[in-house]
Design a protein around this ligand. Structure first.
Ligand code: PEP
Length: 258
């Protein structure tokens, strides 16, 4: 982390877990446990149906609520979809875009880019995900693959808006598997992502972009991962479903930075 130049963000991704009633209960428990200090931004991205309950429960706290996906179109004949404008109106601050589980359902880099542009236009903070498969890592093409995802995902994002984008590096082989990337592996890729952003924009801008690590981050390994200079927070799946674990990860972000 580097709090001098950029924000630290601890974000949860609930995936398809919890009902609206369970959301209310979780948020009440979380509120009681939230540390008093304000060393990082905290986000919880929840299933669309849980957004109203989450927003209601976390009003007047420093926890921002987010969605797990969006549609890039402003409105129209897209049955079952939710626009970025709708998410803003519902009280969302964040939206996860391009999670590998959605990419596995057919989402392309072009879709990701359209969603990022739409989220920024609506005033949401996009958490844009990228990550390599185990095969790609083993064949040595991780950095090229990630660079391509970043370049395509950020196409036409103007310099003044890139500071709003949060990038999440999530190696697919580490998501939900308990196989965390080592702090060195995660740092290496997060640093390479910052280099890509530097080449696309400027070094000053690249310094301001928060890059998160995600993939089996938990209360035990968070401190070491967050101690890396280019890891500015975490995108957390499983451990964000348990208030005590999520709070411990927030607490792990309370450490000296460069
Ligand atoms: C995720 O869903 O983005 C994720 C990182 O999941 P987990 O923490 O469970 O690996």
């Amino acid at each position: 982390m580097n709090r001098k130049y950029r924000k630290t963000v601890i974000a949860g991704n609930w995936k398809m877990n919890k009902t609206p009633s369970e959301t209310k209960e979780f948020m009440q428990n979380l509120k009681a446990l939230l540390p008093k200090g304000r060393w990082c931004d905290v986000a919880l991205c929840v299933p669309a149906i849980c957004i109203p309950a989450a927003v209601r429960a976390m009003r007047e706290t420093r926890v921002g609520i987010g969605a797990e996906n969006c549609n890039a179109n402003p409105s129209g004949a897209y049955t079952g979809e939710i626009s970025t404008g709708m998410l803003v109106d519902a009280g969302c601050k964040y939206v996860i875009i391009g999670h590998s589980e959605r990419r596995a359902m057919g989402e392309t880099d072009q879709d990701v880019n359209a969603k990022v542009l739409s989220a920024l236009e609506a005033g949401l903070i996009p958490i844009m995900c990228c990550g390599e498969s185990l095969e790609q890592r083993q064949s040595g093409i991780t950095s090229e693959w990630i660079a391509m995802q970043i370049k395509l995902g950020l196409q036409n994002v103007p310099e003044e808006k890139i500071r709003k984008v949060v990038i999440a590096y999530e190696p697919i082989w580490a998501i939900g598997t308990g196989m965390t990337a080592t702090p060195e592996q995660a740092q290496e890729v997060c640093e390479s992502i910052r280099t890509v952003v530097r080449k696309l924009y400027t070094s000053k801008t690249a310094r301001t972009v928060s890059i998160l690590y995600g993939g089996s981050m938990n209360e035990k390994n968070a401190f070491e991962l967050l101690a890396q200079p280019d890891i500015d927070g975490g995108l957390i799946g499983g451990a964000s479903l348990v208030p005590e674990k999520f709070v411990q990860i927030i607490e792990a972000a309370n450490q000296p930075t460069v």
